[in-house]
Design a binder for this molecule. Structure first.
Ligand code: CA
Ligand code: CA
Ligand code: CA
Ligand code: CA
Length: 208
């Protein structure tokens, strides 16, 4: 596995050694794949490169929503966090180049994000795709939104529940937005709320 374009670390299998999550959104990168992919490498006292301890997931993997298509850019952003509170780390990964179908039309590069609930065996127990206009996420999937260009997770409400944040820097002609989901509701944070300028591409970069 070559270095990813996005990285996070955490002890997924709970053996006391951090495991590595890498996103590889670019097919032309060494070891890359059309549509992008994410790779998990199990950490050991002797390092990361133990044969058989690498798990790669993409949209053509069984159980993952959607289909791998050129330019999806799965893995443009990744974060490891226990999103469902079962004590095992999970993956939030962005696909800002995913095209979204809305009422029979294709919205190119509207973008999507995947939530992958993991097991300590480094397998995906369940997967969910998020995009604008679906699953209670405010806004509409429009061409070029690039929802999923950046992702983050944290306790945004002080309720000790993990919330998810997804950036869509192409929203509204590049004004950008950040969608924050917490406590079962998602909020659209745009320039009027964040105080960012027109064309400021809010959501292009999120701190973990
Ligand atoms: Ca580990
Ligand atoms: Ca796709
Ligand atoms: Ca979990
Ligand atoms: Ca939109």
């Amino acid at each position: 596995m070559p270095p990813g374009r996005s990285l996070d670390v955490g002890d997924i299998d709970k053996d006391g050694h951090d495991d590595l999550l890498g996103g590889q959104p670019i097919a032309a990168d060494a070891g890359g794949r059309s549509g992008g992919q994410i790779t998990i490498k199990r950490g050991h006292p002797w390092g990361l490169n133990h044969p058989g301890d690498t798990v790669t997931v993409h949209q053509d993997t069984d159980g993952i929503p959607g289909t791998a298509e050129a330019g999806d850019a799965l893995g443009a952003s990744v974060v490891l966090r226990d999103v469902d509170g079962d004590g095992v780390l999970d993956v939030l990964a962005g696909l800002p180049g995913e095209d979204i179908g809305v009422a029979g039309t294709t919205r190119a590069d509207a973008g999507s994000a995947l939530v992958l609930r993991l097991t300590t065996g480094l397998t995906v127990a369940s997967a969910q795709a998020l995009d604008q206009g679906a699953d209670g996420i405010p806004g509409a999937a429009e061409p070029g939104d690039r929802f999923g260009a950046e992702v983050a997770a944290g306790d945004y409400t002080g309720a000790s529940a993990v919330g998810l944040a997804v950036g869509a820097p192409g929203e509204n002609s590049g004004d950008g937005t950040v969608h924050v989901g917490a406590d079962g509701a998602a909020v659209f944070i745009g320039p009027a709320t964040a105080g960012t300028p027109a064309g400021g591409r809010l959501g292009a970069v999120l701190a973990p």
